[in-house]
Design a protein around this ligand. Structure first.
Ligand SMILES: Nc1ncnc2c1ncn2[C@@H]1O[C@H](COP(=O)(O)OP(=O)(O)OP(=O)(O)O)[C@@H](O)[C@H]1O
Length: 261
């Protein structure tokens, strides 16, 4: 517990709020996420889950409230600075280098993480290491055979896998997954879930997962928070949250859980 507090990756939102005109899409959400835990964020369509993510990662500017990472108030930082501070989001990362190959994308992400840049002293000593690590990552997202394909030419499912691979290469303190398996074929889904499982098993990262599939949530989550109309409606142990009447009524009515799953 005390070493959890000392580890990087503690993320906190305090009264985080955003209004679009008269509509409050995220309404005073206060939550703390600890390293070594996976929190699933669930709620009906339009509940504010993606907007909450956007406020944390800096894609949207809060109307009120704060985002605190590792004790530092990052509310006023743009998304890129938040990435440098340790927040990582699988969010259309491939659009950064659409015309580079799969391998080049991962290599650049690794380089940016290790800040090797163009320091010639380091280039050769790190080169083989980089390539090996990039190959391992591509293997873990089942894209090694497509290493020379241009990122933009990948089918949708492969692009999503590459996004997760790039996120792994950046290796942030906080991993944010927004429906990571959406739009994937049945045989592609396990690749991503295995990666999230492995990440979770390390128990040193803070993982946030927006996910509609309740079987996935049940298996992976240490904790569930429920958003409804932008408000934090429930927060706690997965089984208790799922069983709570308010969740059964407001959320699970829209997405029934198979009791024998
Ligand atoms: N840029 C925006 N301008 C105006 N309204 C917005 C904007 N972004 C989100 N909203 C509204 O905020 C609310 C929350 O949307 P959000 O996409 O965060 O929900 P969600 O829980 O992620 O839904 P889903 O599960 O369908 O992805 C919705 O009513 C949406 O229409």
């Amino acid at each position: 517990m005390s070493d959890t507090a000392a580890r990087p990756g503690k993320l906190e939102t305090r009264d985080l709020t955003i209004r679009f005109g008269g509509h409050v899409a995220v309404n005073g959400v206060s939550c703390t996420f600890a390293p070594g835990t996976l929190t699933a964020i669930v709620g009906p369509n339009g509940a504010g889950k993606t907007t909450y993510f956007n406020l944390i990662s800096g894609q949207l500017k809060a109307s009120a409230g704060n985002v605190i990472l590792n004790g530092r108030d990052i509310t006023s930082l743009p998304a890129s600075a938040r990435t440098h501070a340790g927040l990582g989001r699988a969010f259309q990362l491939t659009s950064l280098f659409p015309n580079l190959s799969v391998m080049e994308n991962v290599r650049l992400a690794l380089q940016s993480r290790r800040q090797i840049g163009l320091d010639m002293w380091n280039v050769w000593s790190h080169h083989r290491d980089l390539i090996e690590r990039a190959e391992q990552l591509l293997d873990s997202v089942a894209l090694l055979s497509k290493r020379d394909v241009e990122a933009a030419a990948l089918p949708h499912g492969d692009q999503r896998k590459l996004e997760v691979g790039l996120l792994m290469a950046l290796d942030p303190d906080v991993y944010m997954f927004d429906e990571p398996t959406a739009g994937m074929s049945v045989d592609e889904v396990p690749v991503i879930l295995d990666l999230i499982r492995a990440l979770k098993a390390r128990r040193d990262k803070t993982i946030l997962l927006v996910e509609h599939k309740m079987d996935v949530v049940r298996e992976l989550a240490d904790r569930i928070i429920v958003l409804h109309n932008g408000t934090l409606m429930a927060d706690g142990d997965p089984e208790k949250v799922i069983a709570s009447p308010v969740v059964q009524q407001a959320y699970l009515g829209l997405a029934p859980v198979e009791e024998n799953a």
